[in-house]
Design a protein around this ligand. Sequence first.
Ligand SMILES: Nc1ncnc2c1ncn2[C@@H]1O[C@H](COP(=O)(O)OP(=O)(O)OP(=O)(O)O)[C@@H](O)[C@H]1O
Ligand SMILES: O=C(CO)[C@H](O)[C@H](O)COP(=O)(O)O
Length: 393
Amino acid sequence: MAAFAAHMGAAAATSLSWPSGGGSGGRRRAAFRVSCSAAWGGTTTVVIGLAADSGCGKTTFMRRLTSVFGGDAEPPRGGNPDSNTLVSDAATVICLDDYHSLDRTGRKETGVTALDPRANDFDLMYRQVKAIKQGRAVEKPIYNHATGLLDPPELITPPKILVIEGLHPMYDERVRDLLDFSIYMDISNEVKFAWKINRDMAERGHSLESIKASIEARKPDFDAYIEPQKQYADAVIEVLPTRLVSGDEEAGKVQRVKLITKEGVKHFGGPAYLFDEGSTISWTPCVRKLSCSYPGIKFAYSPDTYFGREVSVLEMDGKFDKLDELIYVESHLSNLSTKYYGEVTQQMLKHADFPGSNNGTGLFQTIVGLKIRDLYEQIVNERAASPALAVVA
Ligand SMILES: Nc1ncnc2c1ncn2[C@@H]1O[C@H](COP(=O)(O)OP(=O)(O)OP(=O)(O)O)[C@@H](O)[C@H]1O
Ligand SMILES: O=C(CO)[C@H](O)[C@H](O)COP(=O)(O)O
């Protein structure tokens, strides 16, 4: 515990001002300050929160979202090659791992996981997200996943859309209140395990046992600190094993995906729906119009409640065989916030190589991306009509 206190003490001092290159044991620590020099170019920064566990598709989702706004998302040019930030024409995505106050050694010595709030600096997160929302640039720390150290900071200038993605975007009430829209990616254990096996065994050489052990070790803190955030999310994308066929084998191959969207979210324009808003619908598309090999495709839509709030639930179980035929499905969906007929299908085809493009994960991520564009435009229009609204308390 003494070691923990020492690390937390260092973290607290860091949040005031730490000289670059300082820190115990020769480890580099971030020196950062909130810069008040950058002028606000008159734009509005809309802040989106995306919460999910590690390896649950946040990066893939972010690439779909930033593509809706135009341009590719890339790490900051000429910056730290291990930066976690993605910058595109309109959007900047920052990874909340950058607010780890304990580096990898610090966490190991104290036995505190990255999911534990004590390993994260929420005061700094709040101050910096608020500053960006108010139009000021900040020097944000960088957590280096390659070395496990805190690197010198990088400059983040206010974008049109700021996405904060990671473990805790909705954990701290102050940060939560800065979000204009929030999303939680709820990946069931079976699917998480199947995805982790695909990635960590094939790409990172981990054993089946070590993957299982790592998921188990994270579970108590995941249950305590990460999962409860879904009650605050405006939209939840839930990924479950298919119901079209039984067996663990299928969990990684075929998924049942739900898009749960709260009703009445300001600026959001209402949930997308199938056929008839507010009805309960089950739809098995015609196989002549939508090719689908075994075990088929099923859609559902219904009103429901989620943590006591009214929601709409859109569900897709199964996978597409031919992505261009998605237009048939799109033509039966409404309130998609598209700018022209077929935009969902076009976005999906553009990123056909992304994981999840043949199922509900890609489809619902794309729909949420389009609806966030709409939300952004509504907020900008509202603030243009009433500039006083642009000021963040
Ligand atoms: N929709 C999907 N369908 C199938 N596999 C997926 C899907 N999304 C993600 N994956 C799998 O999960 C892996 C991690 O995806 P991604 O990098 O987008 O997640 P992440 O949450 O950003 O991960 P991390 O936090 O570890 O960086 C991918 O390599 C892929 O194997
Ligand atoms: O949960 C995580 C969020 O991505 C990581 O595990 C956390 O950031 C710790 O990182 P590392 O694996 O470098 O110790």
